[in-house]
Design a protein around this ligand. Structure first.
Ligand code: OGA
Ligand code: MN
Length: 288
């Protein structure tokens, strides 16, 4: 393949031209993809058609794959694929209907959060020619680097608690109908402690890890101070100049590096407008 990396104007993201994800990548192509992923954090591939097997083969070039704890939303034949969808079958959701309602980093509530994730768009809602259900990614590295040195020094030494339950608490507070986790799922996801700022394992770049979806509080600070600092850091990460907004088309594959990004799903559609994506999730290491 002759791959071309065309980076976007802003702080984050690139489109990869010349890639056919249904085919195998030789070692040079795999390395080019991995380098682009580490450098640009979000990679967009347009006009792809892949079977689940081909999607999994492509995903494995980047690492081992997770099986998500919300097992009711896993692809029936391929548990490494998480179905993201608002579609109902027999009155039941075939996939996770409310992924990404809050700015978050995938699996930051685990001791070893995921290194990256990949979404493949199969059905995308639209209204009068306008694409709905966009996803926005933010560069937490660009956001961190734009802070004054005194602020960076302050947050460099802090740790925070992260929990999957936090997301469900927020959905309940916002009055959004959501599933309840089983006792077993709760037991598998106790809250964890990670630094407020993390380091990229390959590039050494640093970025803000605390995120609205999963962070409950910063350790060793009074509750109010913790909340004020979190809100300030979240607002910093999601400033438009640090973000890329993706308007999905059927056949898009978007992969991202969870180390230095957060993302948000825009929920501006509802049935009968259908949305269906397949997600794979790459395992990662403990943040430092
Ligand atoms: C995810 C996610 C956002 C979306 O799958 O990790 O946050 O727009 N999805 O579906
Ligand atoms: Mn996500």
């Amino acid at each position: 393949m002759t791959l071309q990396v065309q980076h976007f104007d802003g702080a984050i993201g690139a489109e990869i031209l010349g890639a056919d994800l249904s085919q195998t990548f030789d070692e040079a192509d795999q390395k080019a993809m991995i380098d682009a992923w580490n450098t640009h954090s979000v990679l967009v591939f347009r006009d792809q058609t892949v079977t689940p097997e081909q999607f999994l083969r492509f995903s494995r070039y980047f690492g081992q794959l997770e099986v998500h704890v919300l097992e009711q939303y896993l692809h029936r034949e391929h548990p490494e694929i998480l179905v993201v969808s608002n579609i109902l079958e027999d009155g039941k959701n075939i996939g996770i209907p409310d992924a990404g309602r809050y700015w978050h980093t995938d699996l930051s509530y685990l001791a070893e959060p995921s290194r990256g994730s990949i979404l493949y768009a199969i059905e995308i809602p639209e209204e009068q020619g306008k694409t709905l259900g966009n996803t926005i990614w933010a560069s937490t590295a660009a956001a961190y680097e734009a802070l004054p040195v005194s602020q960076r020094t302050l947050i460099d030494g802090l740790k925070a608690e992260y929990s999957l339950g936090n997301r469900f608490t927020k959905l309940a507070e916002d009055g959004t109908k959501h599933i309840e986790m089983t006792e077993e799922q709760k037991a598998k996801t106790p809250s964890v402690v990670h630094p407020v700022v993390r380091t990229h394992p390959v590039t050494g770049r640093r970025g803000i890890l605390v995120n609205e979806g999963h962070t409950t509080h910063i350790q060793d600070l009074p509750a109010k101070e913790s909340q004020l600092l979190l809100e300030k850091l979240w607002a910093q990460c999601t400033k438009p100049e640090f973000t890329y907004r993706h308007e999905w088309r059927v056949g898009d594959v978007v992969m991202w590096d969870n180390t230095l990004t957060q993302h948000l799903a825009i929920c501006d559609y509802a049935l009968p407008q259908r949305r269906l994506l397949h997600r794979t999730t790459i395992t990662g290491d403990r943040p430092y």
